[in-house]
Design a protein around this ligand. Structure first.
Ligand code: AMP
Length: 371
């Protein structure tokens, strides 16, 4: 069975066409620089037409769109409403629209992608898989911030967490590799890519995560600050006369590895400068590893133990030094009880599997209903 996975980011649309039985993709690509003149793609709606064209005409991966039995969309924000993947209908679209305020760069492109798929892939069931969904199991004491409760009521200000599909994928893979049922495991999953986040996964459920109301909280990232004292914001506004827009730019685009090292947002550049003796690059790397270490300790305490730490994402999968430093740091504390694993993430495959499961269930219940 063929399942198409679509990931509409702020300025790109990635796609993978999976043969679900073999768990392999048979086509994969990206439409980039959406909205820029030179890209020849005006908006996300248009990008879906381009994807259809590539699948049918350029690569001849399918002869007709009807060979595709389901389309799975990665949707960044599902608010408090979605704790798992759902079949997209009018109500789901309305809910994603309502959550757009919480993810203004990501949810609107996903909605455009969904609407375009309705037109270019007519009649094919569409499924939404939310980045926030896996973290909906986090208890209130971990997701409520210490600010007046009225702001949670009024604006839904709370910790949501992101990268949920990646955390869920590597947690399941870890259970498979460790040959233990996931319900018996205490795991810390560490997604280190362009954005970085960690999750405490107890018995297969996320019980805490480092990203919060937005993907700005938690670990040091390429250009994002991660945790900081909120008073710094008002201090800088006062001292430098910064407005809200500028503050947002500094915290999201000019901080992290880039801001601390003054070199780059890419870990490869930070590491190579570090080797040349650049002290600020070394400090950026030290902050990065220190925070991961701190959260592992906190999450082990939260879960009452730790079976494994799983590293994934572009940095987690390639910079083996991080795994070595972490396992060395925890050896005396955990007495070798916990394993440190590197597991490549594959969010698209999980989205394809969720899509397949829901499409199959829908078919089965339709068949049952017609008896
Ligand atoms: P991702 O978002 O998972 O694709 O990760 C992207 C980030 O991973 C890049 O910005 C780099 O900082 C980092 N990265 C990718 N490959 C390597 C590598 N071989 N060594 C160090 N960092 C890497």
């Amino acid at each position: 069975m063929l399942i198409l996975v679509i990931n509409c980011g702020s300025s790109s649309a990635k796609y993978q066409l999976f043969d679900i039985e073999s768990k392999r993709h048979i086509a994969k690509g990206i439409v980039e620089r959406i909205g820029e003149k030179r890209s020849g793609c005006e908006n996300h709606y248009e990008s879906i037409r381009i994807i259809k064209d590539r699948l049918l005409n350029d690569g001849a991966f399918v002869e007709s769109v009807s060979e595709i039995k389901g389309i799975g969309h990665r949707v960044v924000h599902g608010g408090e409403e979605f704790g798992e993947a759902v079949i997209i209908d009018k109500k789901v679209i309305e809910s994603i629209e309502m959550s757009s305020e919480l993810a203004p760069l990501h949810n609107p492109p996903s909605l455009e992608g969904i609407r375009a798929c309705k037109r270019y892939f007519p009649g094919i069931p569409q499924i939404a898989v939310f980045d926030t969904a896996f973290h909906q199991s986090i208890p209130p004491h971990a997701y409520i911030y210490g600010i007046p409760f009225i702001f949670y009521k009024k604006y839904k200000i709370r910790r949501y967490g992101f990268h949920g599909t990646s955390h869920r994928f590597v947690a399941n893979e870890a259970a498979r590799i460790l040959k233990k049922p996931i319900r018996k495991l205490k795991l810390v999953t560490v997604h280190l890519g362009n954005g970085c986040s960690m999750a405490a996964v107890l018995s297969g459920k996320s019980v805490d995560t480092t990203m919060g109301f937005t993907p700005l909280e938690g670990l040091l990232m390429g250009t994002r600050s991660g945790d900081l004292d909120p008073a710094i914001v008002t201090f800088l506004m006062e001292k430098e006369g910064f407005g809200i827009r500028r503050i947002n730019e500094i915290l999201n685009k000019e901080s992290g590895f880039l801001g601390v090292s003054g070199i780059s947002n890419d870990m490869r550049d930070v590491l190579s400068e570090m080797k040349k003796g650049n002290r600020r690059a070394a400090v950026a790397f030290e902050i990065f590893v220190y925070r991961i270490k701190k959260y592992i300790g906190a999450y082990a305490a939260v879960m009452g133990g730790l079976d494994a730490v799983v590293l994934t994402g572009g940095i987690g999968e390639n910079v083996t030094r991080i795994k070595k430093e972490l396992s060395r740091a925890f050896r005396p504390v955990l007495r070798g009880q916990a394993k440190f694993l590197i597991i490549p993430t594959n969010e698209e495959l999980l989205i394809a599997e969720d899509t397949y499961r829901l499409v199959r269930n829908k078919r089965l219940s339709a068949e049952g209903g017609s008896d």
